[in-house]
Write a protein that binds this ligand. Structure first.
Ligand code: GLV
Ligand code: MN
Ligand code: MN
Length: 410
């Protein structure tokens, strides 16, 4: 098979007719068939499939049947997407992991340590607002009780959704015993910028993930009639929101090149053409090179935002939904991945990324590294996200070489 062929098998799952692209969220209609695809891909390669208590999937290639599962080399990524996302962010890492295993099997390679392919739950945080939900629960980076109390846009709590999916929310939480079986994790991912395209290179490793925070903003004004309320009598939260958006942009732009500020999701309540809204709820994503930079960017943004909101006679309430600290990947593991890639690829740069990954969360508990595959458009989290077939195959070969090196000796 090929990586493209594997991705083609899930190409119809979770398509979003309204937004275009893919909307694949935890426990939605696309989730069971995506898990079934993971299971059948793994079983076709003779891997032993299991789901942990945090809804993460694992497919084990054991050196001998019945061998103890320890010192394993883990690889994989996630199968969920952002709303209206692309086909590669997440699934490329899982499909490439299966393809790498298939190549190693075809070559007659026998691992000395177990290899395990993973698909982690809700990496994007698109349904319950917590990015890398599966790995945060697994490692204890997120408290299970507060995660289960989170609600989606329809008000369904994670606990309820968990139960409705046939799983036991009582079992959710850290699993140090499982993590203790892993020696390293290498995540292959489509590049989410144009760095490799500009350098003319098919693959790289990652040096770091820049930090980011996500906040929910609630701007409250006075709901009223669009025709009878003169302009001087309004406290319109949509006008205040416009000032808030401007504040995010101006502060981030003034702190170039590290700072990035986005409001990509908002609700106007109640949402009528002839109604002055009473409330706007919006979600803000701020990123920068260091954790302190993000905190400072947040403070400056909030100062401007409050001024804009007060000028319109509205109030602002802010809630931090998540903070993902900066990650510098393990130098030693990255050097080994680089050494595995160099015979075929020659120049293998280590590049930083502005996107979050499960490899970042897992880096708190074990050595992690990443392999990026060139994206010709540089677009991600949108249907324009792309990777050429030849580069996807190059990525699978890079991952196979990495697994051969890492799992080929004790
Ligand atoms: C996930 O891809 C993120 O960076 O938000
Ligand atoms: Mn993503
Ligand atoms: Mn991803």
């Amino acid at each position: 098979m090929t990586v493209a062929g594997r991705l083609a098998e899930i190409a119809d799952l979770g398509r979003d007719a309204e937004r275009s692209g893919y909307s694949r969220h935890l426990f939605d209609a696309s989730d069971p068939p995506l898990r079934a695809w993971f299971g059948s891909s793994a079983e076709a390669l003779g891997l032993l499939v299991e789901e942990d208590d945090d809804a993460n999937l694992w497919a084990w290639w054991m050196p001998q049947p019945g061998a103890v599962r320890h010192d394993a080399i883990a690889t994989g990524s996630h199968l969920d997407s952002v709303p209206g996302g692309g086909a590669f962010d997440g699934p490329l890492g899982v499909a490439s992991a299966f393809e790498a295993v298939a190549q190693l099997r075809a070559d007659g390679f026998v691992p000395v340590r177990p290899i395990v392919v993973c698909a982690f739950a809700e990496e994007e945080g698109s349904r319950f607002g917590l990015p890398c939900l599966g790995t945060r629960l697994l490692t204890g980076a997120a408290d299970a009780a507060s995660a289960l109390a989170r609600a989606d846009a329809a008000g369904v709590t994670l606990e309820q959704a968990w139960r409705d999916s046939g799983r036991d929310p009582e079992r959710v939480g850290p699993d140090p015993e499982r993590l203790g079986r892993l020696a390293a994790f290498v995540e292959l991912h489509v590049e989410q910028g144009r760095d490799l395209e500009d350098r003319g290179l098919p693959v790289s490793t990652a040096s770091a993930i820049i930090p980011h925070g996500r906040w929910r903003l609630t701007i409250t004004g006075e709901g009223n009639h669009a025709g009878t309320t003169t302009m001087d009598l309004r406290a319109d939260p949509v006008v205040a929101f416009a000032g808030a958006v401007q504040a995010v942009r101006e502060v981030a732009a003034s702190r170039m090149p590290g700072a990035r500020g986005t409001i990509g999701k908002a609700q106007i309540i109640p949402g009528g053409t002839n109604v002055i809204a009473s409330r706007v709820i919006a979600w803000m994503d701020l990123r920068a090179f260091t954790d302190d930079d993000v905190r400072e960017q947040y403070a400056l943004t909030l100062q401007r935002m409050r001024a804009a909101v007060q000028a319109e006679g509205c109030t602002l309430d802010v809630h931090e939904e998540s903070f993902s600290a900066r990650v510098d990947f393990d130098d030693e593991l990255t050097a080994r991945v680089t050494a595995a890639l160099q015979p075929e690829f020659g120049q293998v740069p280590a590049i930083p990324t502005g996107a979050g990954h499960d490899a970042g969360i897992l880096s708190a508990v074990l050595p992690t590294a990443m392999i990026f595959v060139r994206n010709p458009t540089g677009v991600s989290h949108a249907p324009g996200e792309d990777a050429r077939d030849g580069d996807c195959e190059a990525g699978a070969r890079a991952l196979a070489a990495t697994l051969r090196m890492l799992a080929g000796s004790a």
